[in-house]
Write a protein that binds this ligand. Sequence first.
Ligand code: SF4
Length: 297
Amino acid sequence: MERQYFDGQIWRPPFEASSVLLQATVGCSHDSCKFCSLYHGTRFRVATTAEIEHDLKIAAEYQPRARRVFLTGANPFVLSYGKLVNIALMIHDRLPEVKNIGGFARITDIAAKTLAEWKDLRRLGYDRIAIGVESGDDATLEYMRKGYKAQDIVEQCLKLQEAGIEYNFTYLNGLAGAGKGQRNALTSAEVFSRLRPFAISVVSLTVFPESDLHAEVAAGTFVESSERERLEELKTLITNLLPDAPVTILANTVSNPVPLVGYLPDDRDRLVAAIQNILDTVGEEELARYRNNIVSL
Ligand code: SF4
């Protein structure tokens, strides 16, 4: 039986579960964020046209009526405009009912293309892309080597909005370290509120041995936020986010000791009350025990 090409670890957002996964890139072109171990040991490369053609043939056999394709790799939008055009044309040729195409993108990938190019890409079906911004706090972004600043997030996401492309964010709760959670939440809420992500996935920082941050934690140069500080941080983020605009909060990955999902602004009070309830009823030790037992995200 023929199989699609998938190299190394494959990640996709939970809500892409029914999308066709198509390997456009392997690993991460940036591969520098201190906290990251997602693509550890996998060298970045671009899938060949022959590989993509081969995979689409298989996808067409199994999901001939697929409506969405999710390009895998940490940042397939690092590919040139021309390459993304070709991939979209190949997808529509093999899977004629596909309406849109997503994938993870870095802010720097968005910056590398013009507004006119993004408008073209939108016409070809690219939409609802996933951006792991992690934070809107410059000091945190710089310390973690994300490779862009808060102002870049604003400029590049406004460009996507103008092109008619929807996007969602990942916020990494606890990323600023002990004692800095409130600053991270308030600054990030201010930055995110200038934009219109349709969803914000909240992942709570879990430091794995393969990451550079792990050595810093061991050396004591980075002190992790307590679980209770993270809950306070999340409460502040939700309280201060996007006062008028609708956004779905998805804090329901394995990294979140208590899963929370809601839709702002309607569910703001319910979410804040749920977090307060955890703070009132669950101790730090129990929450920390949960995190220490996480073996993979
Ligand atoms: S967080 Fe994203 S951009 Fe940073 S190294 Fe990991 S996969 Fe690459």
